[in-house]
Design a protein around this ligand. Structure first.
Ligand SMILES: CC(C)(COP(=O)(O)OP(=O)(O)OC[C@H]1O[C@@H](n2cnc3c(N)ncnc32)[C@H](O)[C@@H]1OP(=O)(O)O)[C@@H](O)C(=O)NCCC(=O)NCCS
Length: 320
């Protein structure tokens, strides 16, 4: 299928009516795929749908602003340590494209962020297209089956997807691994921008990447440079802190910093400081940094407003 690219996003409480519409469409379209029935859910009031929109961890797929799919990511009453994909549905006009995979990937990323290494689901043998789709995106049958409460002739197979490709992990890297991210996020993807730093290959410089699977999505580099306001304290200057556009706002930058600041403390540093873009101040303050008073200046390199920020490693523990 070609055409406009689907967009997948977490559902909001304000999406209650859209949730009702797509869920009822799913139950009417493929009754054998789901534990609930159309009749049951069609009777729910607006207030009940508002409660569902608040309680469910759901995701919507849209094409040109129209909702064409949904999925839920939840834990399992009987198996609280596992995470599950439920209520997966793509409208007929959006099948055979990227919509279903994008929904499953977003639920997989959520599950990985919950600290599990697999996503589970039940799929009814009555919907072979769904089974074929799940197999295509890496779900494998685990063996156990169950029957639906409302109709014992409907058998469901349990499937499991390995989440290695979605798990966020942080480790030290060679600086060149991070150049692409520096260029894309911090230099407006300018192919001519110089994203190297003269200090990159010094033995004292430390470069960290935050990875989802093998893809670097967060970068941060630390150079052994004293803070201008405390020249005698052992310190690192943070530069090139960047999170890739599509995964911003998910807490990955904070997770990287929490881990790295612990590492720097263990290495004997007492201060970390940076010239931070004013647009990023909220992020730094939320993760425990302070802004140096009267430090506003315009960077000669990027012509963007900056302030000096600092994190005192010997004063308080890193927030996790
Ligand atoms: C399940 C669902 C989300 C999958 O999304 P999709 O966009 O249809 O998935 P795709 O088209 O990418 O993949 C389906 C695969 O099944 C194949 N297929 C189609 N009809 C099939 C059938 N009757 N039997 C077996 N395979 C079938 C397709 O050829 C495709 O494989 P291919 O890409 O290798 O050719 C969507 O079909 C849907 O919403 N179905 C109704 C609700 C449902 O069943 N939900 C599942 C609840 S567990």
């Amino acid at each position: 299928m070609s055409g406009p690219t689907p967009r997948v996003r977490p559902g909001l409480v304000s999406d209650a009516l859209a949730l009702r519409a797509i869920r009822l469409e799913a139950l009417a379209d493929t009754p054998d795929a789901f534990g609930e029935t159309y009749e049951e859910c069609a009777g729910w009031t607006d207030e009940q749908w508002a409660l569902k929109a608040r309680a469910w961890n759901f995701y919507l797929a849209e094409i040109d602003g129209r909702v064409v799919g949904m999925a839920r990511g939840e834990s399992h009453d009987g198996r609280p340590d596992t995470r599950w994909l439920f209520a997966m549905y793509v409208a007929p006009e959006a099948r055979g494209g990227e919509t279903a995979r994008l929904l499953v990937d977003m639920v997989s990323a959520w599950a990985a962020s919950q600290g599990v290494d697999a996503l589970y689901l039940y799929v009814a043998t009555a919907v072979p297209r769904a089974h074929a789709f799940y197999a295509k995106v890496g779900f494998v049958e685990t063996g156990p089956t169950l029957t639906m409460h409302r109709d014992e002739s409907l058998v469901c197979q349990e499937m499991r997807r390995d989440l290695t490709d979605f798990i966020f992990h942080v480790h030290r890297v060679e600086p060149a691994i991070l150049y692409e991210l520096r260029r894309r996020v911090l230099r407006g993807d300018n192919p001519l921008a110089d994203v190297t730093n003269p200090g990159d290959n010094l033995e004292t410089s430390l470069h960290y990447g935050g990875f989802i699977g093998e893809r670097a999505v967060v970068s941060a580099s630390f150079y052994e440079v004293p803070a201008p306001f405390a020249p005698d304290a052992p310190a690192y200057q943070l530069r090139y802190m960047a999170t890739d556009y599509d995964v911003q706002g998910q807490g990955l930058g904070s997770r990287l910093l929490a881990q790295v600041l612990d590492d720097l403390r263990r290495r004997g540093a007492t201060r970390v400081w940076a010239n931070a873009r004013t647009s990023a101040i909220d992020f730094y303050i939320a993760t425990g940094w302070s802004v140096l008073e009267n430090s506003l200046f315009v960077s000669a390199e990027t012509e963007i407003d900056h302030v000096v920020i600092h994190y005192d490693l010997d004063r308080k523990p890193t927030p996790h």
